[in-house]
Design a protein around this ligand. Sequence first.
Ligand code: NI
Length: 383
Amino acid sequence: MSLTDQLIAIRRQLHEYPEVAHEEFKTSESIRGWLADAGIRILDYGLKTGVIAEVGGSQAGPVIALRADIDALPIEEETGLEFASKIPGRMHACGHDFHTASVLGAAYLLKQRETELAGRVRFIFQPAEEKAEGAEIVLQSGALDGVSAIFGMHNKPDLPVGTVGVRPGPLMAAADGFKIEVAGLGTHAAVPENGNDPIVAASHIVTALQSVVSRNVGSLKSAVVSVTRFHSGTAWNVIPDRAVLDGTIRTFEQEVRTGVLARFEEVVHGVAAAFGAKAELTWIKGPPAVHNDPGLEELTVLAAKNAGLQVVQTDPSPAGEDFAYYQKQIPGFFVFVGTSGSREWHHPAFDLDEGALQLSAKLMAEWAGLAITHFSPVVAGEG
Ligand code: NI
């Protein structure tokens, strides 16, 4: 079987049996099976789900990590594909099946040239990306200790097959969530002066929050503040005790993120106080922004070319991606691989063109090979 056919078969099997974050038991078992069949070493870092593997024998050379996320989403699939999900309410609607097959493909390609590698390549099949919890679990396991650099990719439906979107600096947003509980004092709707209306206070908070981006973020920077839920009250003639607001904040730079979060807190508490109400703010901390190390751009472009891919400009995505946690610890680079999809990520009819699989596997193998050279220590006294 050709590599392409092999990877398509792998991707389809993963697609038929999607598992959500922290429940990727069968997925992990399948990955271990495919690695073992190819004679690739599996390393034990005590992960509950997820798999770490390695090729290369040199203990002296650098270790380079290639990462795939392996989890699916709680979505009912509506693609009508012959290999559509067999698990009700579960779907690989973000293409993590594609990512997993790509990194397996890279492992197969690198295994074939294992003896030439002047270092080692570690494969990170990471669980729980959709909950933004898996990267931290992998980091805590020690699987990235001593690793010189990490590379990863996401499929991109709006880029055509054969292209790869490369961008140094910020690529995907820091995705923070919030919950605000505004506590007032309930009363009869006819005598508001006897209570403290949390709906009025919360409404002013929503309005005032619109100024955080427009008045506190510079015109050349970007941020999003969205209040997405406003819950209060039970009846037309009752002023309730409290109102609850939820939403999200997206930023691309740490400085902007810190500033926006600080200003957000001031506005929430200040406006609540002005109305004599009390606001309790809970942060749902998301991953920081995916920030590509500019020092790795050149080898990324070269890897793409060697893999037969065309490098294209890409806009940053306001979606979050927990690959960002790795980049806080070690140099890393993340790209978008074109998959000519007709739907956005997380859509029940999400699909991709499998023609991109083999290209993506080649890209990752090339990346690792070039990075080993890039990070190899220069031998003293040479030349
Ligand atoms: Ni994804």
